[in-house]
Design a protein around this ligand. Structure first.
Ligand code: NAD
Ligand code: DAU
Length: 366
């Protein structure tokens, strides 16, 4: 079992007010009391400082609002906190938005990552007790057909501005390791779900619309397949990789739970009906087949055997159990959904999302 112990003491977490970063910090800060965490987040539409209020009084946590591409700010933070670890979550993360505004994705995901790497390189020089962990995505490998799995050796073939910008960031991390010897690791994860996910993504969007009985948009015919991973399983894998993976390695983190979008949507609608004591199956009528996402990747599926063999990590939650808990969380936190919903109806939702619903699905209509 290859391993290369890294012991974090002073950690820069980027994007910690987003979905995965919040779940990571809420789990790590109260339990890893000897580790100091600084959360650098620009608080874009996707970031919510309120997610982390329970941490604000803890002595090992600090929040800094700011942009990862602001080199002066990143330098000042390294100067003040002498970081030995970067866990880099910050990104523009939504594929549909990347189709509308690709340069925002290039700026944050490519230039922002390059800025962090460059400041870390200059501060760390040849230190060996440091580590840069890039939190990346399986989308860098492109799209699968009905068979087969991505492995760590699958060639990169991104197909959306989002995945191309994440691929660019992965390549920069690898280049800094190869060229400058920076101790770095990359994890490429599949679709996450769980509490605190911004309701532009499929799972919270379906739950929100089922609760309010609004139309549920399904792209194309709902046949695309994703491999679903509970966010807390992902966070545990990140910690395992951060502390134990050899420098310069990549690990795929998958949930081993492939489902078509239609199956996921029906499952969620049924779970909401059950939880709200509505007639079984009654919310299925909310489904609207709408215009497909351009370049929509057909299927993602990960072979997680390297992570299991090397670091003894496997997901601990089944999809059914995880979705049941997730539906219960959103139903118990209506104020969280309400607060984010008000940010949801921005330009993106008026220009693209509502149009999609109104236009219906040209394929189905033929
Ligand atoms: P998210 O959109 O919920 O959160 C992103 C966070 O980054 C937000 O808090 C936002 O304010 C912050 N941010 C954006 N631009 C910034 C900038 N320029 N400077 C500082 N902060 C900035 O995203 P997420 O779903 O939590 O994803 C986190 C990371 O995990 C991303 O890198 C994403 O590519 C990767 N990932 C996500 C998934 C998934 O299913 N959500 C799966 C695999 C990998
Ligand atoms: O695979 C990892 C990736 O998973 C992450 O890197 C991304 O940050 C994350 O957003 C996610 O990307 P997807 O594009 O797969 O997630 P999304 O929730 O946007 O869509 C999931 C599937 O559901 C996809 O096939 C598109 C479809 N979909 C999505 C929405 C929002 C619909 O059919 N209707 C919708 O309204």
């Amino acid at each position: 079992m290859p391993s290369n112990r890294h012991t974090p003491r002073s950690v820069l977490v980027t994007g910690g007010a987003g979905f995965i970063g919040s779940n990571y910090l809420l789990a790590a800060v109260p339990t890893q009391t000897a580790v100091r965490f600084v959360n650098l987040d620009a608080l874009t539409y996707a970031g919510q400082r309120e997610n982390l209020m329970s941490l604000e009084d803890l002595p090992n946590y600090a929040f800094q609002q700011g942009d990862i591409a602001d080199r002066g700010l990143v330098e000042r933070l390294f100067e003040s906190h002498n970081f030995d670890t970067v866990i880099h979550f910050a990104a523009e993360s939504h594929v549909d938005r990347s189709i509308l505004d690709p340069l925002a994705f290039v700026r944050t995901n490519v230039l922002g990552t390059a800025t962090l790497l460059e400041v870390a390189r200059q501060r760390w020089k040849s230190r060996g007790d440091v580590r840069f962990h890039h939190v990346s995505t399986d989308e860098v490998f492109g799209a699968l057909g009905p068979e087969g799995f991505f492995t760590e050796d699958t060639p990169y073939a991104p197909r959306s501005p989002y995945s191309a910008s994440k691929a660019g960031a992965d390549h920069l991390v690898r280049a800094y390791h190869e060229t400058y010897g920076m101790p770095a690791v990359i994890s490429n994860a599949s679709n996450n779900y769980g509490p605190l996910q911004y309701p532009e993504k499929l799972i919270p969007l379906v739950i929100q619309n089922a609760v309010s009985q609004d139309p549920v948009p399904v792209y194309g015919m709902g046949e695309n397949v994703r491999d679903w991973l509970h966010v807390l399983d992902h966070c545990e894998a990140i910690d395992r990789i951060l502390r134990s993976a050899p420098d310069g390695t990549t690990y795929l983190v998958g949930g081993g739970e492939e489902r078509s979008n239609m199956d996921i949507v029906h499952l969620l609608l049924d779970l909401v009906d059950e939880a709200l004591s509505r007639e079984a199956g009654s919310s299925r009528r909310l489904v609207r087949f709408v215009t497909d996402r351009p370049g929509h990747d057909f299927r993602y599926a990960l072979d997680g055997s390297r992570l299991a063999a090397d670091l003894d990590w496997r997901p601990s939650r089944s999809l059914e159990q995880g979705l049941r808990e997730t539906v219960a969380w959103y139903l118990a936190n209506p104020e969280w959904l309400e607060q984010t919903r008000s940010r949801t109806y921005d330009e993106y939702y008026t220009t693209q999302y509502r149009d999609r619903i109104d236009a219906g699905n040209p394929i189905q209509a033929r």
